[in-house]
Ligand binder design. Structure first.
Ligand code: NAP
Ligand code: MG
Length: 518
């Protein structure tokens, strides 16, 4: 059967009773499974360790979502060695067959999508629509990278010369270490892992310690579709302890990382060191943090601009690398903007994410809660004025009120560091040019957007606003696979574009073959 062209997975409309019912059933089913224990799986062998790692529900931290194993250094070695042995076979499997595993997985994930979403609602505090979008993106990655592999496996154009038959083929790299974050617990883990294996590499996948069950769901799905043992090795444990061993291993060929700048730069450095017996320079793809701005010009529809700012800043509690954490507002409309913003933000309901009437759930964990509250204090100490929010919201979970701090200095801590929580810094700027200057004043360059009706300003910003994903008159979150290839500049990463046509190249190397003919 001919493959249909790639199309994004539609989002679920939860205003329809039938969809609400389906999600309620999925939540009930997943709830009855919470607290189970899951093994490490290396080369198909299920392994239990004496020390355990627990995953908790941030909406109700007393609720254990799952119990996982804590791998140690010898197990990390075993995982790399196993992946290295398996690579010798997997690399020769027909790319079409490798893509088939992804298409089969996408089909099952689509059928059971609410179950995958429900796991994230419990494990990372996603609301229904946020979890649904995460699962849809995971499905998109499987469908998109499967098709991309077929494109890279096809005959590649080379210049013809007489007397030779020439070809160029893409071959895999070797063993990859896959280190995803918890915030797109399913989508990013699925994207990085599926890209790595469909191109013929084998991997050790180490999910975030905040979202191991979501990682397990994907791993188990790949077992269900019959992916051979050892192609993906499932290893849980603390990033610091086990991550360093995986990254430093001489048989590791590449690391695919998405997470914070701190961990990303550490991995980059560690991977650069050539270990005894190592035969290559490791490739590191690191997608890191952001400090993303939305510019509000005076020539704009202020109502719509405020709405887009609220969605970009507070969706998933501001825990998106793409989240708006700075609004740069032209002074002419500054007061008006703040007034409208305050009114909208104060309508946001915060509470457990399994209750669909809440627009915001909890932040991921206690450490994150403390850190965010610390930033709110720092913001005020450094001269910012609290407009709304500012502290914890009621409930057992790690709930923080959606917070707006105004009159923030462009160089202040909360204007420069990634907060990764529901905190928006509002900065007053003289005019649009000043706004562009401030927009580029951080070390990051991930997403950013402008709200203006002025075509000249739009064209200027397209050239000057230095971010990997630039948005005009819309929200600055919600990049779609294939439509908005995603990834940032500067300290936001190594300039890769997930969900784009260049992405699989990061997992491949090209071999030129030239044969003399008569
Ligand atoms: P993180 O703290 O950097 O952790 C990311 C992953 O790295 C986790 O799996 C973590 O495992 C692991 N890790 C920690 N130390 C390690 C080490 N020494 N060696 C190997 N792995 C190690 O980030 P996060 O809190 O999960 O995610 C939030 C961050 O991700 C934000 O900065 C956000 O901007 C960024 N992000 C960027 C993008 C993008 O596309 N650019 C997308 C999403 C998120 P443990 O959990 O076990 O520590
Ligand atoms: Mg958790």
């Amino acid at each position: 059967m001919a493959l249909k062209p790639f199309k994004n997975e539609p989002l679920t409309d939860f205003s329809k009773p039938v969809n609400r019912k389906a999600m309620e059933q999925a939540l009930a089913r997943v709830k009855s499974m919470l607290g189970r224990e899951y093994p490490l799986v290396i080369g198909g062998e299920e392994i239990h360790t004496p020390e355990k790692l627990k995953s908790y529900n941030p909406s109700r931290p007393s609720e254990v979502v799952g119990v996982f194993q804590k791998a140690d250094a010898p197990l990390a070695h075993k995982a790399i060695e196993t992946a290295a042995a398996k690579f010798e076979e997997w690399k020769f499997v027909d790319p079409k067959k490798r893509a088939e595993y992804l298409f089969k997985a996408a089909k099952i994930m689509r059928k059971r999508k609410h179950e995958f979403s429900a796991v994230m609602i419990y494990e990372v505090g996603k609301t229904w629509p946020e979890a649904d979008a995460d699962t849809a993106e995971a499905i998109d990655f499987l469908e998109f990278y499967g098709r991309e592999m077929l494109r890279y496996a096809a005959k590649q154009p080379v210049t013809k010369i007489r007397g030779e038959k020439n070809e160029l083929v893409y071959i895999p790299l070797g063993v990859g270490v896959i280190v995803p974050p918890w915030n797109f617990a399913l989508a990013i883990l699925t994207g990085m892992t599926s890209a790595a294996i469909v191109t013929g590499n084998t991997v050790v996948m180490k999910p975030s310690s905040d979202s191991p069950l979501t990682g397990w769901m994907f791993f188990d799905l790949m077992r269900e579709v019959g992916l051979p043992d050892g192609v993906i090795n499932f290893v849980t444990g603390s990033g610091g302890a086990v991550g360093d061993v995986l990254v430093a291993h001489p048989k590791t060929r590449f690391v695919s990382f998405t997470g914070s700048k701190e961990v990303g730069t550490h991995i980059y450095e560690l991977a650069a060191k050539v270990q005894p017996g190592q035969k290559w320079l490791k490739r590191v793809v690191a997608e890191m943090g952001g400090k993303d701005s939305i510019i509000i010009d005076d020539q704009t529809d202020l109502e719509a601009a405020v709405q887009a700012t609220v969605v970009s800043a507070f969706g998933f509690q501001g825990q998106k690398c793409s989240a708006a954490s700075r609004a740069l507002v032209v002074e002419k409309v500054y007061d008006q903007f703040l007034e409208k913003l305050k009114a909208k933000v104060e309508q946001i309901r915060v509470g457990p994410s399994d209750d669909p009437s809440n627009y915001m759930g909890p932040v991921i964990n206690e450490g994150s809660l403390r850190k965010i509250l610390g930033y709110i204090e720092t913001g005020q100490r450094e001269g910012g004025g609290l407009i709304t929010g500012g502290g914890r919201a009621d409930g057992e979970g790690y709930f923080i009120q959606p917070t707006v701090i105004a009159d923030v200095d462009p160089k202040a801590t909360i204007a420069q560091e990634e907060i990764f929580g529901p905190v928006l810094a509002v900065i007053k700027v003289k005019d649009f040019d000043h706004a562009l200057e401030v927009a580029n004043n951080t070390e990051f360059g991930l997403t950013g957007g402008i709200w203006t009706k002025n075509r000249k300003k739009i064209e200027k910003a397209k050239k000057l606003f230095h971010v990997g994903n630039f948005y005009i008159n819309r929200k600055i979150t919600g990049a779609l696979v294939g439509v908005h290839p995603f990834g940032g500049f500067n300290m936001s990463g190594t300039d890769s574009k997930a969900g784009g046509r260049d992405y699989l190249l990061l997992f491949l190397q090209a071999k030129s073959i030239s044969e003399k003919v008569k």
